[in-house]
Design a protein around this ligand. Structure first.
Ligand SMILES: *[C@@H]1O[C@H](CO)[C@@H](O)[C@H](O)[C@H]1NC(C)=O
Ligand SMILES: *[C@@H]1O[C@H](CO)[C@@H](O)[C@H](O)[C@H]1NC(C)=O
Ligand SMILES: *[C@@H]1O[C@H](CO)[C@@H](O)[C@H](O)[C@H]1NC(C)=O
Ligand SMILES: *[C@@H]1O[C@H](CO)[C@@H](O)[C@H](O)[C@H]1NC(C)=O
Length: 474
């Protein structure tokens, strides 16, 4: 991707500001003043405190210029290093819009390729999806608007594969046959000291997450207009058009319960479409290993807001970034913010009833002896794409533990049925147990056997419920 310097809408300058050094704020910006700054700072401080953010970053853009940007809290708690305006956070899925912008540029330049060109026509006969229909019909638009009906493997992405990006691409995705795939491996290598660590917050304590290969780093500068306001990527607007209907958000921030509307209605390509206080909105969130970012653009007003946090890993982080960007947009719109320091912490109360948090308990169960000896389960189970799932037996306390990737580990507790277990999630993913209140014992996991009755495989629905991957013993 390097070397491609092209252009995106003014609002997307946000991305640029995100990777390059920018002034703390631009006092001279016509839409910004000290009063707004104080309001925003107090709001963010309140949010961070009640929602346990270690660090936070916000950037507000109006008319193609940065109106305000600042860091709060810590990027490194141990050494008390602050988040600054140019601290790097992992932006997760916000990179989807970079990808679609690059595709828009390619489409704008190639007469024979459109958004509806089948992927097979570009990638050739080596390209295969899981069935012939998809292989023949899947188009560029289908792919970017998530219409291929492919499993998301969300659980897998929480585990942190113990591989570098190069290995993931070359060894796992770039399998033999995919001779023509082109992936940028030229990540920038410049200094990463000013990157935020990510933290979980459990029982009042912050603990740093293991370091992942999380150097996010293509320095892509994209502008869609030249100095004269001429459009340089005609196809870019297509990436903002609604493609798929989306389910309703929870809570539904909508009148009459709420004082304003903040809706997500459809999915475009790397962007979600919706409305904010009556204005058309493009937005996306990005999350990875306790990093949580929220980016919203109001194209008609040439306004944009981006916020990121580096903890605590559960929905407190996404709430913080949602609310901070909403507050920032209000200030740029010269509207009275509908949120304040109190409601920022009680949200969605008092407007919507908050579902009471499901109590999470990890009862130490009496070990239930399944009819198979626990010593028959340990081993290294592998999957061609995902790598190794390691099960260990501990004779001293007669338990089984498992490990996968960098982050995923825990105990395997026998269920009532032979070869079925519950997997608990150990640090740093313990907080994720709360995401599955229906399984207080742990998430189900199943071992498989050969015809001779030997344990030969393990199937892990945590990785992807609808299409659980099976790991086999060699
Ligand atoms: C990113 O690229 C732009 C344009 O080439 C350059 O001005 C900027 O210094 C680069 N930033 C970093 C952090 O490398
Ligand atoms: C489009 O045209 C270019 C240049 O002729 C060619 O290399 C490419 O294979 C064509 N792509 C498709 C999808 O037909
Ligand atoms: C915050 O907003 C709520 C709801 O609009 C309002 O009831 C409350 O008085 C406000 N609090 C402060 C301190 O302004
Ligand atoms: C059993 O022992 C292993 C290894 O010492 C330890 O990791 C695990 O937490 C123990 N399990 C229980 C339930 O005490």
């Amino acid at each position: 991707m390097q070397g491609i310097l092209f252009t995106l809408t003014a609002v997307l300058i946000l991305f640029v500001s995100f990777t390059v050094s920018i002034p703390i704020h631009t006092k001279t910006h016509k839409n910004w003043d000290e009063e707004k700054e104080e309001k925003l700072n107090s709001f963010i401080s309140a949010l961070m405190q009640c929602r346990d953010s270690a660090g936070m970053f916000i950037s507000l853009v109006k008319d193609g210029e940065v109106a305000f940007t600042s860091g709060y809290g810590f990027r490194d708690m141990e050494n008390q290093l602050p988040v600054t305006a140019d601290t790097r956070f992992n932006i997760g899925s916000l990179s989807k819009a970079f990808t679609t912008a690059l595709a828009a540029d390619a489409i704008s330049k190639n007469q024979n390729v459109t958004w509806d060109t089948p992927l097979k026509d570009i990638l050739g006969d080596m390209f295969h999806l899981q069935d012939d229909f998809r292989t023949e019909e899947a188009s560029i638009r289908d792919m970017f608007s998530h219409k291929l009906g492919m499993p998301s493997y969300w659980g897998l992405s929480t585990a942190g594969l113990d591989m570098s990006r190069r290995e993931i691409v070359m060894d796992r995705i770039h399998l033999e046959g995919m001779l023509d795939s082109r992936v940028s491996l030229d990540m920038t290598e410049e200094e990463w000291e000013n990157s935020a660590y990510s933290y979980t917050h459990v029982d009042g304590e912050y603990s740093v997450n293991p370091e992942l290969d999380q150097k996010p780093s293509c320095n892509v500068t994209i502008q869609s207009q030249n100095g004269e306001g001429e459009t340089l990527i005609p196809s870019l607007t297509e990436t903002h058009k609604a493609s798929t209907a989306m389910g309703r958000e929870s809570p539904r921030v909508q009148k009459p319960a709420f004082p304003v509307d903040d809706m997500r209605l459809t999915y475009a390509m790397g962007w979600r479409n919706g409305m904010y206080r009556g204005y058309e909105k493009l937005q996306h969130t990005g999350s990875y290993s306790s990093y949580e970012c929220h980016l919203r653009l109001l194209p008609d007003m040439e306004i944009g807001a981006l916020a990121c946090v580096n903890s605590p890993g559960d929905n407190r982080g996404s709430r913080s970034t949602t609310l901070a960007t909403a507050f920032g947009l209000d200030l740029l719109l010269d509207e009275d913010p509908w949120l304040n320091e109190t409601t920022g912490c009680t949200y969605p109360d008092p407007w919507a009833r908050q579902t009471p948090p499901t109590p999470v308990s990890f009862p130490v169960r009496q070990l239930q002896r399944s009819t198979r000896d626990l010593q028959e389960y340990p081993g290294t189970y592998s999957h061609e794409a995902f790598g190794e799932f390691i099960v260990t037996y501990h004779a001293e306390n007669e338990t089984l533990t498992y490990r996968f990737g960098i982050l995923l580990n825990g105990e395997l507790k026998p269920a009532d049925i032979v070869d079925d277990f519950y997997m608990t999630l150990g640090h740093p993913l313990t907080y994720r147990m709360a995401f599955f209140p229906e399984y207080p014992e742990g998430y189900p996991i199943y071992f498989g056997t050969s015809e001779e009755g030997d344990v030969v495989s393990v199937t892990v629905p945590y990785f992807e419920f609808s299409f659980p991957p099976t790991f086999n013993k060699p």
